[in-house]
Design a protein around this ligand. Structure first.
Ligand code: BTN
Length: 341
């Protein structure tokens, strides 16, 4: 369904959620326990009663517990955990993330959407969020399991006034924001595996894929894609040894809406700090909260090549230094880091 506000511009997009479904959700969320008749909802959001009924079914399919039926009216018992743009935007005023939030009940990959939006000239701060991804992508060609409504799958389009040489710190910015959001939400103390995997009890709970379009001296835009495992009760067998979810670590479910708000607020704070003060406070904060900055024995894998060494601090740009067993220091620009024995 095309966006109601600017259909021409979004015509090529595969179905961001209609703004009027968003309005319906907000109306129900603002009146929990009140029964609102189908007729008043239809009038309020400007659609036919049959459309209200159809959209209520869409919301139910997405896990929103809407009570009632077309004759008496509808109500929900508590604010639903759908990442609805209106609900998000009202808590993000004063940040660049409140102006343009695109929501999908389903899309292939929020990073793909954000990259297309970037090419289309969409503004800094545009947020693309999905309840489910059918082709979620991870780093190094991996996929990202994106089951419906249990995780956060979000990509933020940014237009930082920096060169590609400065981009390692931008990667750290996203990891720090995710780490602090998860710490606030759980009361736990997450680790960050360089550059930006957030870990709880040695297992990955959040991954970040940053993609860019740039020239030699200037980044045009970056799509910062963040995936957080939130309310999964178990991991697929092949991931159970290396991945976890907030719920699996805390034993309770978490509001994805609250967590996403925390994430975007921390991202706003760290991003502004990076743009105004440079990489140094970001690198320093990373060193404070990550056990991977210094003195950790790691394996670095890049394609088919790999070696083992001990982390030896970060360069001022955010690049990781690793000392090989023969004493040579390597600067790690890309590659996968894992803990080694
Ligand atoms: C990783 O391999 O650690 C990065 C995972 C990134 C997953 C997120 S989910 C939202 C965004 N859309 C994608 O297709 N990938 C990123």
């Amino acid at each position: 369904m095309p966006s109601a506000k600017s259909p021409a511009k979004n015509a090529y997009l595969p179905g961001p959620t209609d703004r009027r479904i968003d309005a319906l959700l907000t109306l129900l969320a603002e009146n929990p326990t009140n029964v609102i008749s189908g007729a008043s909802i239809a009038k309020e959001i400007g659609v036919k009663r049959q459309t209200v009924w159809r959209w209520i079914e869409t919301l139910r399919e997405s896990g929103v517990n809407v009570k009632g039926h077309p004759r008496s009216g509808y109500h929900i018992e508590r604010v639903p955990d759908v990442l609805a743009p209106q609900l998000l935007a009202r808590h993000l005023r004063g940040t660049p993330f409140s102006k343009r939030i695109l929501h999908f009940f389903q899309t292939e990959s929020t990073n793909d959407v954000a990259m297309r939006l970037g090419e289309n000239g969409e503004p800094h701060g545009t947020v693309v969020v999905a309840e489910r991804q059918t082709a979620g992508r991870g780093r190094a060609g991996h996929s990202w399991v994106s089951e419906k409504s249990v995780g956060i799958y979000v990509t933020i389009l940014v237009r930082p006034p920096i060169s590609p040489m400065q981009s390692p710190a931008l990667t750290l910015v996203a990891g720090l924001a995710a780490r602090d959001a998860i710490a606030d939400e759980t009361g736990l103390s997450p680790d960050i595996r360089w550059p930006n995997d957030v870990m709880l009890n040695g297992k990955k709970v959040c991954g970040i894929l940053t993609e860019m379009q740039a020239e030699l001296d200037r980044i045009h835009f970056a799509a910062v894609g963040i995936g957080i495992n939130v309310n999964q009760s178990r991991m697929p067998v092949e991931l159970s040894g290396i991945a976890t979810a907030l719920r699996m670590e805390t034993g309770r479910t978490h509001s994805r809406l609250e967590l996403l708000l925390k994430l975007l607020r921390h991202l706003d704070r760290y991003y502004n700090q990076f743009i105004t003060e440079g990489a140094s406070p970001i690198v320093q904060r990373f060193s404070e909260v990550s056990s991977y900055g210094e003195g950790k024995r790691v394996r670095i894998t890049n394609g088919k090549a790999s070696f083992v060494g001990v982390t030896a601090g970060l360069e001022s740009s955010g690049i990781l230094r690793v000392q090989r067993d023969d004493g040579r220091i390597e600067s790690i620009i890309s590659g996968t880091v894992s803990e080694a024995q």
